[in-house]
Write a protein that binds this ligand. Structure first.
Ligand code: ZN
Length: 175
């Protein structure tokens, strides 16, 4: 089945009236910021997107994004594959003042001067936010970890010596 490319920008109100449903892809070649923070990324982001109005008459759009990135493990410096799967629920707003009135279920997103949502930028942000702050292999896959394991168990937390105990030690040595 041929994958449909999603538009980069859409008018949320028009699409909510039509109750539009999109299923397609966005190209990560258009997402420079994402490319810069990962070692590699799949060519495509799979997108499911639905526009509608809720019971209160608020326009919203929701759906999910999925793609696969390669990240560099901060423990062993080798790359590993990490799946990104992000669900979202947005409510378009025209100005910041509108944000306070939104139900908590929605995240606000500002429309541009043409009344459109910049989906490309929005989804790129969502993917970047979904990345782990510090990238690590799963423990069983990490090289560094298995190397260290061969030297024996590592204490999970290093206990700091009590500074007063250290002082006492020093005093004793001086005596
Ligand atoms: Zn690792």
């Amino acid at each position: 089945m041929q994958k449909v490319k999603l538009p980069k920008q859409l008018d949320p109100i028009k699409n909510a009236i039509k109750r539009s449903y999109f299923r397609g892809v966005m190209m990560t070649s258009d997402m420079e910021r994402l490319q810069q923070v990962v070692a590699a990324v799949d060519d495509e982001v799979n997108v499911e997107l639905r526009f509608d109005k809720d019971a209160q008459g608020l326009v919203f759009f929701e759906g999910n994004l999925s793609t696969t990135v390669s990240l560099i493990c901060q423990r062993c410096n080798e790359s590993f594959v990490h799946s990104l799967d992000v669900s979202f629920s947005f409510c378009p707003v025209k100005a910041e003042e509108d944000i306070d009135e939104l139900p908590e279920a929605y995240e606000p997103v500002e429309v541009n001067d043409h009344g459109e949502i910049d989906l490309l930028q929005l989804f790129e942000d969502e993917l970047i936010l979904a990345l782990p702050i510090v990238a690590f292999h799963a423990e069983e896959d990490c090289k560094r970890n298995s190397d260290e394991m061969s030297f024996g168990e590592i204490e999970p937390a290093v206990e700091r010596p009590n500074p007063f105990a250290v002082l006492k030690e020093l005093k004793r040595e001086q005596e």
